[in-house]
Each structure stands twice: as structure tokens, then as C-alpha cells.
Design a protein around this ligand. Sequence first.
Ligand code: G3I
Length: 383
Amino acid sequence: MKQLYSPSNLCKYVLFFCLSTVLLSCKQDHQPEKVEVEPTLKEAYKNYFLIGSAVNDNQISGKDSLGVQLIKEQFNTITPENSMKWMYMEPAQGEFNFEMADRYIDFSKKNNLVFIGHNLVWHSQLAPWVNEIKDNEELSNSLKNHVQTIASRYKGKIHGWDVVNEALNEDGTLRNSLFLEKLGPEYLTNAFKWAQEADPNAELYYNDYNMTKPKKREGAITLVKNLKEQGAKVDGIGMQAHWSLEGPSLQEIEESIIAYSELGVKVMITELDVTALPNPWDLEGAEVSQNFEGSEFMNPYTEQLPDSVSNQLAKRYRDIFALFKKHQDKISRVTFWGVNDGQTWLNNWPIENRTNYPLLFDRQFKPKAAYHSVIQVAKDSTL
Ligand code: G3I
């Protein structure tokens, strides 16, 4: 007994105890941990709204295989970024080119993606022959033929159409496009009626940018009310949402979502991206769009986005999605304008060849901090 509790033996016991505790805790550390797998965007938001992306020809042709993988994994709806615009669909009068559009539709069907047609009537990316039409009746017939030929070809295959895109000025008045100038405001009602005749079950939308600005919002509301009064079917309003880190304010976004919803139509966020670069039009009193072209000041993050800005972007996306989630009863779809930062149109607008970071996936197709914050919002039951 005496020997058992000798000081040297006691030391050994203490050492043994300590060692075994350390070993045990090491063993516990190496137990396979329960790793929580993050849901994808479409899984995270499945109870709230559709979540989509604009897609391009490289994805449809399969050249951009990593992009295709992300589209299939993350999204449940797609919008063609360019290929269904007038200049591609009807490059010569009465001569339609359906090849790419057919492939987009096949891709969406094969991958079970809700397809949004973009767009039937827009003053931009028109085929040059349209501008040369002198006779107003011929222009009206061409517009009707364009809308009806395309909408009826894809009847039953398209969930919704951006029937008219960007027909408003910033002050809410009607944009003085070729169509307004020659056909008067009736062209808008006609476009919706022609689309409905061609594909009665497709949802029909009015789509525009800066839809949060009070004057433009009023204009959009008046436009949709007028269209409905004149017997056109309008199912939804698309807020394009080409936004920045600073604006529009959450209050402006929220007021707009509520105001559009009160018209009795679905609200859609149709072209979401958040520029992380300086915007010359935010500066006052200088023709900065030319002066800053190519300058380091206007293209500050050519290698990578600094953590401070990346965190700002993640916070901005968090705030925006918390608001969308709050208004899930009004919002039916949120579509990003592109899959990853390498492909966004914002690398070339408003200044060419910049390195922008407006989306949720980086140039290596990896999820960014902004992606994780969007997922967190969906999971957070307090939001
Ligand atoms: O396809 C040609 C290519 O052959 C040529 O070599 C190249 C040279 O510049 O141009 C290519 O066309 C470009 C096209 O995108 C396809 O990449 C055009 O120059 C370019 O102007 C065009 O930009 C598109 C823009 O609409 C045109 O207005 C953007 O990709 C597209 O994201 C953007 O999308 C619009 C929505 O439709 C409506 N809302 C605003 C949104 C952003 O502007």
C-alpha cells in the first residue's frame, strides 16, 4: 500500500490520466463529423419562389460545361440572355431563324427548367430592316407577324413571355421608340393581345429596368392599368434589378414590390445583378463615361475583389433576399442575369473590358460569400 501511493507512482498515475484524456479527446476529434451539406439555391428557395439564371449560347451548345453543371444544380428556371431577341429571330423580313431558340427550349425541357421567353417587343436589338419600314400599316403587320409567329411556334412550351421590354422613359412617360412614333400607344395593347391569341396559356409580362424609381414606377402602374382596361391580359411585372451596392434603397424596392402587387399581377425579379464597380453616372458634373474609360480608377479590382467589398456584396445580397423572402407571397420568380462573374454583361457596360463581380459564382464557377449569405437567408427562420 505504501508503495502504491509513493510520490513517484502518483506522478505516473497523473501522467497516465493526462495522456489518456488527451488521447481520448484526439480520438473524439477524429470521429467522422456530421457535415451539413448546404442546399442549392433552388432547394433553399423551393417554398418561396422560382430561382433562375439568364443563359447563353455557349451553355446551350454545351461548350461551357461547368456553366451547364451549375445551371442544372442551382436553378429551376432559365431565360435566354440574347438569342430570342428580334435581330436573331427574324433577321430578314418574314424570315425566321428558330434554330437556337429551339435548342434553348429543348435544353429547358430536358433539364426540367421553367422557360421564360425574352423578348417579343423591344426597341433595342431590332433587326435593321424594321427601322427601314416607311409604311405604318406594314410596320404594324410586321410587329403582329413577329409576335404571333414566335409565340405560336412555342405555344405550350413557354411558361411566360417578356412581351414588351423597356417601353418607358425614366420619368414614366412612354419611350419614343420606333413603335410609339409610328403606331402610337396602341402598339403596346396590340402586342399583348397578339401574344395572348397565339399562346393563351402563357403568362405575359411587362419588363423594365429602374422599376424602383418613383416616377418610373408610377408610369409602369399606369401602363399596366391602361393595358388591362383595354382588354389586354397582363400576368406579371418584371423588375429587371440591375442594381449596385448602394442603390436602390431597400425601401424603394419594397414599396415597388408592394405597389406592383396591388395591381393584381405577379411580381418578378427578372435580371438581378449587383455591380461592385464604380459607376460614372453616380458622379456629378463631368462626362466621366469617356474620361474614365480604361482608367485604373474605373476598373480597380482586376485581380480579385478585396474582402471588404466582397463582404459588402454579401451583405447587400443578404438584405435583398431577406426582403424578397418577406414578400414571397407577391414574388413568383427571381432570375439572375448570368451564371458567373466571367460571363456577365457588366464586364462590358457602361465601360468595356472591366472586371466586375455582380453574381453569386466567381470566374472559377465557385460559390462566393454572396452565395452563402443568400442561402443563409433562406435557412434563417427568423427572417
Ligand atoms: O454576338 C456578337 C458577336 O458575334 C460579336 O463578335 C460581339 C462583338 O461585340 O458582339 C456579340 O454580340 C453582343 C451580344 O450581347 C452577345 O454577346 C453585343 O455586342 C452586345 O451588345 C450584347 O449585349 C447584350 C445586351 O443585352 C444588348 O442590349 C447583353 O449580352 C445582354 O446581357 C443584355 O441584356 C439586356 C436585356 O436583354 C434587357 N435588359 C437589360 C439587359 C442588360 O443590358
